[in-house]
Design a protein around this ligand. Structure first.
Ligand SMILES: O=C(CO)[C@H](O)[C@H](O)COP(=O)(O)O
Length: 233
């Protein structure tokens, strides 16, 4: 296992200790969450009784393969714990998510959870959010009009107007599990995430954005010097 993968697995293993019998657990998406789902699968096969709610089709398929009992969020609308990765986080536990394109379901699941624990390697911790491009999920209908409206928001917030339609590996537009498109906003820094988030959700056609504010309750960061915990873990 490469060093970054080892760090991700260490963070995932620490989060696994938070799971106990009878819990409903939100299962995140991405390479770090994938370690968590794999480790959780081992515990389930050893007798742990939980039900998982996946945040993407990719995670659903992995969890099914691991033999983890699954429910939909409609069947299990309140979750005890969600464990998910992040593209960036600051010391106030504000996050950018959506690098894997699952931000909408990830945010719905996080909001339905009593606790949301972020697992990541230490490189994801930043002093100021925005180095990672901010995903903005949009309805395909009226894409150009929505893009212009999002550009106007960025201009009002003194952010660079650099919006790029996300492409899949084959060069066609990336389509989310919900059938939407993603505009990645290359901003370099976000001075006021709360204000930007409020402006973005007010744009018709914007389905969701990757700023997760006030959702994470704790974070486990794996560094070469050991695990660092933020918030309540
Ligand atoms: O938000 C996400 C997917 O939509 C992921 O949690 C985020 O991209 C982090 O992924 P990774 O653990 O692979 O770095």
């Amino acid at each position: 296992m490469t060093d970054p993968e080892r760090l991700k697995r260490e963070a995932a293993a620490r989060a696994l200790a938070l799971v106990s019998d009878g819990m409903a657990v939100g299962l995140g998406t991405g390479s770090t969450a994938k370690h968590f789902v794999a480790l959780l699968g081992e515990r389930v096969r050893a007798g742990l009784r939980i039900v998982g709610v996946p945040t993407s089709e990719e995670t659903r398929m992995q969890a099914e393969g691991e033999g983890i009992p699954l429910a939909t969020l409609d069947e299990q609308p309140v979750l005890d714990l969600t464990v998910d990765g992040a593209d960036e986080l600051d010391d106030r536990l504000r996050l950018i998510k959506g690098g894997g394109g699952a931000l909408l379901r990830e945010k719905i699941v996080a909001a339905a959870s009593r606790r949301m624990i972020v697992i990541a390697d230490g490189s994801k911790r930043v002093a100021c959010l925005g180095r990672f491009p901010l995903p903005v999920e949009v309805n395909p209908f009226g894409l150009e009009a929505t893009r212009r409206a999002v550009s106007a928001v960025l201009a009002r917030r003194n952010c660079p107007d650099d919006l790029r339609l996300r492409s899949a590996a084959n060069g066609t537009p990336f389509v989310t599990d919900g059938g939407h498109l993603i505009l990645d906003a290359h901003l370099s820094r976000i001075d006021d995430p709360e204000a930007l988030a409020a402006d973005l959700v007010a744009v018709p056609g914007v389905v969701e954005h990757g700023l997760f504010l006030g959702l994470a309750t704790g974070a486990i960061l794996a560094t070469s010097e050991g695990l660092v915990e933020l918030g309540q873990v």
